[in-house]
Design a protein around this ligand. Structure first.
Ligand SMILES: Nc1ncnc2c1ncn2[C@@H]1O[C@H](COP(=O)(O)OP(=O)(O)OP(=O)(O)O)[C@@H](O)[C@H]1O
Ligand SMILES: [Mg+2]
Length: 332
């Protein structure tokens, strides 16, 4: 079955002077997806979302949302989307309830519908007990939930969330994502940018942005499987060194061995990407032994999004300019 994409970008480019913030982005997002946009600072995530919210015009290319062109039919798009901006603004002096009714006014949600929706959203965002609390006095996690509730007041079928949980504690982040899962079940299409790889794992598909380009776009499982090689994990131990000094020392001893593709630190562990675990493990242990490092807790493991992300960005950084992934071929 072929479903029409609800969000469709075709060779979208946005330049600010000589900075190319979004570079030739082609991407289709299907109805009901939770699509995660991940990438380092300055990758172009916010700019992409702004164009899709019809508040910024692209330099080249086109985008449609719910079938409407972002340049020519921006007004129509605004009825379909809820947008929680990276620097969203709640009214700190207004209560939780007053913020919600304020946003209801902006979207002309009135009368009985307004009353019902406010009640439902307060419940949905787990804020019913805090209706009288000033927004400015809420803890971070609750502020985000209130902002989400405000973005949902006009019942949009598409939701843009730009780093909605940045700076929030892990428990609140989880709760926020449980709310997103509820929305997902209701059929809302969600486009979310996040710096957190555990959140990327919860998306139906992830687009990895780097310097304005989409360098990978696939399910989390497929992205992880695309990282080359096997992954060996071990904890270096030495009588002479400890901490980051020990990790650096151990890394330096093995990073240039044949068959070693990449070495990442992970807490007090080393994650070593090799072409074949079975053949390279003895050489790695020997090289560590030669510099006085013992390898403990050795095990073969599998890359998570975190490692996949670092590895794919590094691969992109090491490419010569001419060989950079052309964004158009990474179309979903
Ligand atoms: N209004 C603007 N004027 C000039 N340059 C801009 C403007 N908006 C964004 N940029 C530049 O475009 C690039 C992409 O920025 P963008 O904010 O889209 O990235 P991002 O992926 O959202 O980053 P972050 O993780 O920091 O939020 C950056 O180099 C940024 O400095
Ligand atoms: Mg941003």
């Amino acid at each position: 079955m072929i479903t029409e994409p609800v969000i469709s970008l075709k060779q979208l480019t946005k330049k600010f002077g000589n900075i190319t913030a979004v570079d030739d982005l082609t991407l289709d997002i299907a109805p009901g997806e939770i699509f995660g946009l991940v990438g380092p600072d300055g990758a172009g995530k916010t700019t992409t979302i702004r164009i899709l919210a019809a508040i910024m015009t692209p330099t080249a290319g086109t985008a449609t949302v719910a079938g409407y062109d972002t340049i020519k039919q921006g007004e129509a798009i605004k009825h379909h989307i809820g947008y929680m901006a990276q620097q969203f603004n709640l009214y700190g002096d207004l209560s939780v309830l007053e913020n919600l009714t304020f946003f209801a006014d902006i979207f002309a949600v009135r009368g009985k519908a307004r009353k019902e929706r406010v009640k439902k959203l307060l419940h949905f965002a787990r804020l019913t007990e805090f209706t009288g609390r000033r927004a400015g006095k809420l803890p971070g996690g609750m502020k985000k939930k209130l902002a989400l509730a405000c973005a949902l007041i006009h019942q949009p079928d598409i939701l843009y969330l730009d780093e909605p949980t940045t700076g929030v504690d892990p428990v609140s982040r989880r709760e926020f994502w449980d709310i997103l899962a509820d929305l997902h079940i209701l059929g809302v299409t969600i486009l979310v940018s996040t710096p957190y790889m555990d959140e990327a794992e919860r998306c139906s598909r992830v687009g990895l942005m780097y310097q304005g380009r989409l360098i990978e776009c696939d399910t989390p499982r497929n992205i992880k499987s695309r990282v080359a090689g096997d992954l060996l994990e071990l904890r270096p131990a030495s009588a002479a060194k400890s901490g980051i000094g020990l990790l650096r020392h151990a890394r330096a001893a093995i990073v240039d061995l044949p068959g070693v593709l990449e070495v990442q630190t992970f807490g007090d562990l080393l994650h070593i990407f090799v072409d074949h675990v079975e053949t390279q493990q003895p050489a790695i242990l020997a090289a560590l032994g030669q510099v006085g490092v013992e390898a403990q807790n050795i095990r073969r493991t599998y890359p998570r999004m975190e490692e996949a992300f670092i590895s794919l960005v590094r691969r992109e950084q090491e490419k010569p300019a001419a060989a950079k992934t052309p964004a158009a071929t990474t179309e979903a």
